[in-house]
Design a protein around this ligand. Structure first.
Ligand code: MRU
Length: 368
């Protein structure tokens, strides 16, 4: 089913790297070719590709494109530095760069370009498998929640931002259980937070849920608390850009407020967590995770389609108004009901993370 859709990053018939330019969705669907390291870095910076796993996959292809240009140690080190500064918060970027560096270092210069593309392809396919497994584990949670409701009731899921297929190579993380549930015939409905300022919910999540026919409703970001107070949300599931060794979760700005509202209303709050998004080197998310600050124009202006089909950008604040644009916030582990990983649903704490992913914890020096 998912194979019929164009992935947000893919290799073309001649091996070229192509992305969906997500800055143009939902109004225009445009594929764009990445031909150089700089193309890949720019695509991440400009958020033509975004979402932690997809940023990681794009960085891997960026290293492969760099290896095709200059595969010597100095060239690859420079490429790594360039890509690493493209966006600061999603740890998948550094994870993918480390994976590529470790893979290429022992090889001769002549072997590196082909090996780099092969490893980038593998990283992309690994992401698809991880997300599919998250979908199965999340589906079991959804089934249990639905089973506790009166017969014939629908399952109302709330999600924030886009942790969907467009944020990964396929399936999405938070959306994977939603798609699995829909395919299994569960009566599911999704509340989609619009997710100001870039509107990834309104523009991207709504687009991809519609692509599959999953029933959904876009709501302003401030609506979730009201919905929860009135019993209209059965479960919240979101993605993550970085999860600490102690289970703190950093995700799109506004996630924390949804977790607080969920906690206050007894609504389960799950985080879909692919293992490359765990950063075992940090523990306290609020203190240690770098939070991206983006351009003021993302807040002061909005882009949309006019009645006659033109895409236009307009200012929505008084001229000269100061604005702040923090991209992410941290939800403390105590507000997280569970982490839905590719190895099962675990508690948001150090013991559970280390038990589920001992090899990653060991590599980060968290266990002997
Ligand atoms: O700024 P973005 O659009 O890259 O932010 C994306 C998110 O916050 C997602 O929820 C997160 O990357 C998880 S994606 C599976």
């Amino acid at each position: 089913m998912t194979g019929e859709r164009i992935r947000p990053i893919r290799r073309g018939a001649a091996g070229e790297v192509e992305i969906i330019d997500q800055t143009l969705l939902p109004h225009r669907f445009v594929l764009r070719r990445l031909e150089t390291l700089e193309d890949a870095a720019e695509a991440i910076e400009a958020m033509r590709v975004r979402g932690a796993p997809l940023i990681g996959a794009t960085a891997a292809y960026g290293m492969a494109l760099a290896a095709a240009e200059e595969a010597g140690d100095a060239g690859l080190a420079a490429a790594r530095t360039r890509l690493a500064r493209a966006r600061p918060t999603a740890i998948n970027l550094l994870w993918a760069l480390d994976e590529m560096a470790a893979h290429l270092a022992p090889l001769s210069v002549g072997e590196r370009a082909a090996a780099a593309f092969a490893r980038a392809d593998a990283i992309a396919e690994e992401d698809v498998a991880i997300c599919a497994a998250i979908g199965e584990h999340g589906l079991a949670i959804f089934r249990d929640i639905l089973a506790a409701k009166p017969a014939g009731a629908r399952l109302n899921v709330l999600t924030h931002c886009n942790a969907g297929r467009l944020a990964t190579v396929d399936w999405g993380t938070a959306t994977a259980p939603i798609y699995k549930a829909y395919e299994a015939g569960l009566p599911i409905h999704v509340w989609v937070d619009e997710t100001r300022p870039r509107n990834q919910g309104a523009s991207l999540t709504a687009w991809e849920l519609a692509e599959r026919g999953v029933p959904h409703t876009v709501v302003p970001d401030n609506t979730g608390g009201h919905l929860m107070q009135h019993g209209m949300v059965d479960v919240v599931i979101v993605g993550t850009d970085r999860t600490t060794a102690d289970g703190d979760v950093c995700n799109k700005i506004g996630t924390y407020l949804k977790a607080l509202a969920a906690h206050d209303n007894g609504v389960p709050f799950y985080v879909a967590l692919p293992s490359p998004t765990i950063d075992f080197r940090v523990a306290d998310g609020v203190a240690e995770i770098p939070i991206e600050q983006r351009a003021a124009e993302e807040v002061s202006h909005m882009t949309g389609m006019t009645g006659d089909g033109r895409v236009e950008t307009v200012r929505i604040v008084p001229e000269g108004a100061r604005v702040a644009n923090y991209g992410f916030d941290v939800t403390p582990a105590r507000l997280v009901t569970g982490l839905v990983t590719e190895r099962g649903v675990i508690a948001a704490d150090r013991a559970a993370l280390v038990a589920a992913f001992p090899e990653a914890a060991r590599a980060a020096g968290r266990i002997g």
